[in-house]
Design a protein around this ligand. Structure first.
Ligand code: ADP
Length: 318
């Protein structure tokens, strides 16, 4: 799910979209061949934690193909007619981008099966006492689905995507390029040697990185900072609650629950989630990948535990 800053900073071309080369290099080939054969792009599924560029890349694909993109979030589609109306309005070559596609209701998924396969949908309607089945032909289109929760996508829907790509966390050098690109927008003047201090707190995720840039840009306006030095930058982090390691309030709560409430004995994600009053899937797909990648939480056979690094963090926050 995106916010206003996301839309303002969304890269519009491959040149402005850094990293994820494994994905972009393949997509460029698919774009080239689709244009060459004058066909639509195959259906594409993007998955991975939030903020890594799935929506951005869907928009870039539309730009590169010269196609219109229609964007919807799965939860905004409640009933079959909602989706029928969107599908019915698509024109040849259009891209339909469904965000958080794992949340699409089953009856809407079923509608997509034939739409994706043969560009047809079958809609039942009541005529007198009888129920009749109506076939609607659709214009050839490309469905791009994005999800943070690949495990919740039904097998028949998953199988209908010809191209499936996993988004990974970004490396430091790539994030530095994003700082370079976006600091002009935020009117920020930061020495390159301070970049590592920022990326260390970015969760290796462009969306978080942009949020940090926004916060320190607000700070610089308020404190009239023309050019950040290290001391000022660290002060901005402190005031704006930009934690070391990029830990969010929720991450810290999770660390405390495992370390304090469960005395760092192996615990299930469901137990942590219920103490947090959160959905276990949300923790599994949003917080946990980052905490595991950062070697703070260990995923053992018997459950989740804190690593030595996790225990040190616990000491700091308890
Ligand atoms: P997702 O759809 O995976 O949640 P978005 O595409 O909405 O992520 O990305 C959030 C923001 O992060 C974008 O608006 C953009 O500013 C920035 N961003 C994401 N990926 C990149 C990238 N590879 N290069 C530059 N900026 C990026």
């Amino acid at each position: 799910m995106s916010n206003k800053i996301d839309n303002l900073l969304r890269p519009s071309s491959f040149e402005k979209f850094f990293g994820q080369e494994d994905i972009t290099s393949q997509l460029k080939i698919h774009i080239f061949s689709a244009k060459n054969r004058k066909t639509v792009l195959s259906h594409i599924l993007f998955y991975g934690p939030p903020g890594l560029g799935k929506t951005s890349l869907a928009n870039i694909l539309a730009n590169e193909m010269g196609s219109k993109i229609v964007t919807v979030t799965a939860i905004s589609l409640e009933k079959v007619p909602d989706l029928v109306s969107i599908l019915g309005q698509l024109e040849a070559g259009d891209i339909l981008f469904i965000d958080e596609i794992h949340r699409l209701k089953i009856e809407l998924c079923e509608l997509l099966y034939s739409a994706m396969e043969d560009f047809k949908i079958y809609v039942s309607y009541k005529n007198d006492e009888n129920t009749k089945l109506l076939t609607l032909n659709l214009a050839p289109f490309t469905l791009i689905g994005a999800t943070t929760n690949i495990g919740s996508i039904s097998k028949p829907l998953y199988d209908r995507f010809a191209l499936i790509f996993k988004f990974n966390y970004y490396d430091e050098q790539t994030l530095w390029k994003i700082i370079d690109q976006n600091s002009k927008f935020f009117n920020l003047n930061i020495d390159k040697k301070l970049y590592p201090l920022i990326t260390e707190r970015s969760r290796f995720t462009p969306r978080y990185l942009n949020n940090i840039l926004l916060k320190i840009s607000d700070y610089s306006l308020y404190y009239n900072v023309k050019k950040f030095n290290e001391k000022e930058l660290l002060h901005a982090f402190e005031i704006m609650k930009i934690n070391e390691g990029g830990l969010t309030y929720e991450d810290i709560e999770i660390i405390k629950i495992i370390g304090e409430n469960f005395s760092n004995r192996p615990v299930s994600l469901e137990a942590v989630a219920s103490m947090l009053n959160e959905d276990a899937n949300n923790i599994k797909n949003v917080n946990e990948p980052f905490l595991v990648m950062s070697n703070i939480i260990l995923r053992t056979k018997r459950g989740r535990m804190l690593s030595q690094k996790g225990l040190k963090i616990l000491e700091k926050y308890s």
